[in-house]
Design a protein around this ligand. Structure first.
Ligand SMILES: [Zn+2]
Length: 169
């Protein structure tokens, strides 16, 4: 399975299309977040531009995460589209990048490691607060609302005390 792409071999005429599978063992995935991962299917299209390359594609697979509320392990499906520009670092101009910064990556490497691309996209796909199920998600939000409620009560309490104090004076 293809893992590395030599960018200098790509001509402006025709984009390079790669369909491959990346083993999680060659990716640097954070073990504390991802306890298990399937091989990742990947489709990439690389197009040479006047400056740099346009890289787009899709990564899919499955990871095992730990629920942030009940600590249960659960399976999370990864389906991630990507579309970004790869530019030489010489294009970095004092913070003035046209378009959204997220859509541009800078690198002078002539070899694109697809394992690194997959790794980045899988990480982007992970939920900030992993939750195992919809029920757990509901409980999570209820708890969150209760916390918020308590905070508001505390603030009212302070205000009441202040009013009482003013009345006495
Ligand atoms: Zn849970």
């Amino acid at each position: 399975m293809k893992r590395k792409v030599n960018l200098s071999e790509i001509t402006a005429k025709e984009p390079l299309k790669v369909k491959t599978e990346i083993q999680p063992s060659v990716m640097k995935l954070p073990e504390e977040e991802i306890s298990k991962a399937s091989p990742f299917k990947m489709e990439v299209e690389i197009q040479k531009k006047p400056v740099g390359y346009q890289i787009k594609g899709h990564v899919s697979g499955e990871v095992e995460l730990t629920c942030s509320r009940c600590m249960k392990k659960f399976s999370h499906r990864v389906e991630q589209d990507f579309d970004y520009k790869l530019m030489p670092t010489s294009e970095i101009t004092g913070g003035e990048i046209k378009g959204s910064d997220l859509d541009i990556k800078f690198s002078d490497e002539t070899v694109l490691d697809l394992a690194e691309v997959a790794e980045e996209q899988v990480l982007l796909n992970l939920p900030v607060k992993p939750l195992c199920s919809e029920e757990c998600e509901e409980v999570h939000y209820r708890e969150w609302e209760e916390e918020e409620g308590k905070e508001i009560d505390k603030r009212w309490e302070k205000l009441r005390k202040l009013q009482n104090k003013l009345k006495k004076e």
